[in-house]
Design a protein around this ligand. Structure first.
Ligand code: PMM
Length: 283
C-alpha cells in the first residue's frame, strides 16, 4: 500500500502542490448521484479500479447516503455494504478512505486496511469516533456539520450564520480542539467545509470563493462539491447529475489554485484534466 500517496505535505499558501483526487464509490441504494450503481462487490471494485486508472490517488467508500432526507442505516448494514469493498481494495494496494459517521465502522475499516477515516460529522454523530481515530492513528477528514438531515425531521440543520466563512472557520476550529483533547494527533487532521451540509447555495459559493481563508486554519483542506445540488442551477433542470461534472472539474482547478490538499469527486477523469490544465498553467 502506498502510504506516500496520502502523506501530508506542509501547507503552502501558494497552490503549487497538485491536490489529491479522491474518487467516490457509494455502496448505497439511495445516494443522489450514484445510488444503486455499485451495490455488488464486483461492480464497486471495478468502479474503484476505473477511478484509480483515471487518476484517483484515493478511493472513498461509503455505505450511508448523507443526502437530505435519506434514511439512516444501521452500522451493521453499513458495514455489510462497505467492509468487503474496503478489504478488496486494500488487498489490491489501493489507498482507501471510509466515509462513515460510525466509530464501529471506522474501526473495522481500519482493521481491513483503510488509510483515512472520512466523517462528515467530524466526530459529532458518534462520541466514540475520536477514540477510534486516536487509537488507529489514521488520518481523519473532519467536515463542518450541524446535525443530520433526518427523514421526517423538520428541524433541518440550521443555515443561520452571522458570516458563513467566519462561523464555519470557528466551528471547525472548535472541532479540532475537541479532537485533539480526545487524543487525535494534529498532523492527522484534514478539514472540510462541508459543502452542501447546512448551507444554502449562496453559502456554498461564499465558502468556495474563500477556500484560501479556510486553508489558514493551518490544516490541509479537502473540498467535496462534486455534483451537489447547488450546481444544478448551472445546467438544465432535468439534466442528470453527471451534467454537473464540468462545473465540478472547474471547482477542482480553482480549489487547486487556492492550495487545497484534495478534492472528492465522482468523475475523476474530468477533474484530472482540469488539474492537468491548472498544473500546466503554473508560472
Ligand atoms: N459529501 C458527501 C459525502 N461524503 N465527505 C466529505 N469529506 N466531504 C463531502 O463534501 C462529502 C463527503 C455527499 O455526497 P455524495 O452523496 O456524492 O457522496
Amino acid at each position: 500500500m502506498s502510504v506516500e500517496l496520502v502523506s501530508l505535505r506542509p501547507y503552502r499558501p501558494i497552490g503549487l502542490t497538485r491536490p489529491r483526487i479522491m474518487g467516490i464509490v457509494n455502496v448505497t441504494p439511495d445516494s443522489f448521484s450514484d445510488g444503486g450503481d455499485y451495490l455488488e462487490l464486483d461492480s464497486a471494485v471495478a468502479h474503484a479500479e476505473e477511478l484509480v486508472s483515471a487518476g484517483a490517488q484515493l478511493v472513498d467508500v461509503g455505505g450511508e447516503s448523507t443526502r437530505p432526507g435519506a434514511e439512516r442505516v444501521s452500522a451493521i448494514e453499513e458495514q455489510r455494504r462497505v467492509l468487503p469493498v474496503i478489504e478488496a481494495l486494500a488487498d489490491r494496494g489501493i489507498p482507501v478512505s471510509v466515509d462513515t459517521m460510525n466509530a464501529s465502522t471506522a474501526r473495522a475499516a481500519a482493521e481491513l486496511g483503510a488509510v483515512i477515516i472520512n466523517d462528515v460529522s467530524a466526530g459529532l454523530a458518534d462520541s466514540g469516533m475520536a477514540r477510534v481515530v486516536a487509537e488507529t492513528g489514521l488520518h481523519f477528514i473532519a467536515s463542518h456539520w450541524r446535525g443530520p438531515n433526518a427523514p421526517g425531521d423538520t428541524s433541518r440543520p440550521s443555515t443561520n450564520y452571522g458570516n458563513v466563512l467566519r462561523d464555519v472557520r470557528n466551528e471547525l476550529k472548535n472541532r479540532v480542539a475537541e479532537l485533539i483533547v480526545n487524543g487525535v494527533r494534529p498532523d492527522r487532521i484534514i478539514l472540510d467545509p462541508g459543502i452542501g451540509f447546512a448551507k444554502t447555495a449562496e453559502q456554498n459559493w461564499q465558502l468556495l470563493s474563500n477556500i484560501a481563508a479556510l486553508n489558514t486554519i493551518g490544516y490541509p483542506v479537502l473540498i467535496g462539491a462534486s455534483r451537489k445540488r447547488f450546481l444544478g442551477a448551472l445546467v438544465p433542470p432535468d439534466a442528470p447529475t453527471s451534467a454537473r461534472d464540468p462545473a465540478t472539474a472547474t471547482i477542482s482547478a480553482l480549489a487547486a489554485q487556492a492550495g487545497v490538499w484534495g478534492v472528492r469527486v465522482h468523475n475523476v477523469a474530468a477533474t484530472r484534466d482540469a488539474l492537468d490544465v491548472w498544473e500546466a498553467m503554473q508560472p
